[in-house]
Design a protein around this ligand. Structure first.
Ligand SMILES: [Zn+2]
Ligand SMILES: [Zn+2]
Length: 151
């Protein structure tokens, strides 16, 4: 995708999304059955988050899938997206039985949040991650809002 198309696409995305309080940039255009945003750019029908990622000049390596770090499928915030292998994507929601999270915070009752899928999650890490996602979201959104779509 050349840079002129990228600028056009960034404006297209900004027009069809809104910044949510949690830092997600949520797609307000049509939604696919899969739950992802549907985008139609440069004669190509694809998912909105994929378009956002490529328009930001990032590559999705062959064989990789684009994963939502925020688990919000309609989110098009590039900072919330990461290419992972299918295997990694499956492993992202482990039934972890360790006593501490990956960062060594103990899963005490106060620090443990049990998600709807039964996985445990560290409140300390979640709070830090949510803050980072909010900051990134604001950055990304304000940057794209200012972009002009003229060539
Ligand atoms: Zn998000
Ligand atoms: Zn933690």
């Amino acid at each position: 995708m050349n840079s002129r198309v990228s600028v056009h696409v960034a404006a297209y995305l900004a027009d069809r999304s809104r910044l949510a309080r949690n830092g997600c940039v949520e797609w307000t255009g049509p939604i696919l059955n899969s739950g992802y945003g549907a985008a139609h750019v440069a004669g190509m029908k694809t998912t909105a988050h994929r378009v956002a990622f490529i328009a930001a000049g990032k590559d999705i390596p062959p064989g990789m899938e684009l994963d939502h770090l925020c688990r919000n499928r309609i989110c098009v915030n590039v900072a919330h997206l990461e290419p992972v292998t299918r295997k990694q994507n499956m492993e992202r929601t482990p039934i972890a039985q360790a006593d501490a999270c990956a960062h060594g915070h103990l899963f005490t009752p106060e620090n443990t949040y049990v998600k709807s899928n039964g996985c445990r999650s560290c409140r300390t890490c979640n709070a830090a991650r949510q803050q980072a996602l909010r900051d990134d979201g604001r950055d990304w959104y304000s940057k794209n809002q200012r972009k002009e779509s003229r060539p």
